[in-house]
Write a protein that binds this ligand. Sequence first.
Ligand code: SAH
Length: 283
Amino acid sequence: MSDALILPGHEWPQMQPGWVWLCGAGPGDPGLLTLHALNALRQADVVIYDALVQDAILQWAPQAEHIYAGKRGGKPSAKQRDISLRLVDLARAGKRVLRLKGGDPFVFGRGGEEAQTLVQHGVPIRIIPGISAGIGGLAYAGIPVTHRDVNQSVTFVTGHDQTGEKPQSLDWHSISKASEVIVIYMGMKHIAQIAGDLIAAGRSVHEPVAVVTTATTPDQQVLETTLGQIEADIAAAGLEPPAIICVGRNVLMRQVLDWQGMAAGQPLRNVDPLGRGRPAESA
Ligand code: SAH
């Protein structure tokens, strides 16, 4: 059996047989995993992982059986109910089960449903949050999800519901009015309609939008565009999901904060993207 993490100054929890730990793996970059996630990887007997979980992360659990439960990549899709019941069976068989999901398990990840099913079947759980793509993925593109000069609130929405359709229940008018910044998960399929709805709800065709695909991985791509141009620009760039789409003037901050560009040797740009005419740290 493998051991819990050894780092001084903290007692790391031991995984007990028959428990399921429901854990976020972050958006991609293995370095964005939490220490609790790493601690779980080192102890698990079984890791059930989703499509967006990187291989490098699974390599930290060489002792464990790895079971793919994702819905992408040409492999057959596992039904949510089957996944939940599989977790129950494994726990009842006395395994230490690590359920590893992309990003944060409770953000558009159906983690709540899985956790509820486990509890209903008498299986004890631990929840380990992760960095959600809608925050960490934007940060890797140099986009702060909130920025004092732009927004005091942010709305996270999903671009399609469980059936794959655009959610009917979303009130784009209210969202559009209430929130300067809108972060859209699973938005690629219906982006033309979503952009149209936002424009119809009063957002400008010139409003900045960023599309960040496979964020935080070596394949990350960032498209800076506008609501009016987004559909054409996504097609022209040939971008594919998974993508986080961010609508709002915070996107302009990338002109200064594109730290990956800096790492690749691009010169620092001391511009004033929000046009405030004063250094950011004053006032
Ligand atoms: N629980 C996850 C979200 C799961 S829904 C989280 O908290 O991040 C799946 C959607 O998340 C994708 O369709 C995409 O919109 C977004 N997503 C997840 N990982 C991503 C990544 N590395 N880059 C861009 N988008 C990502």
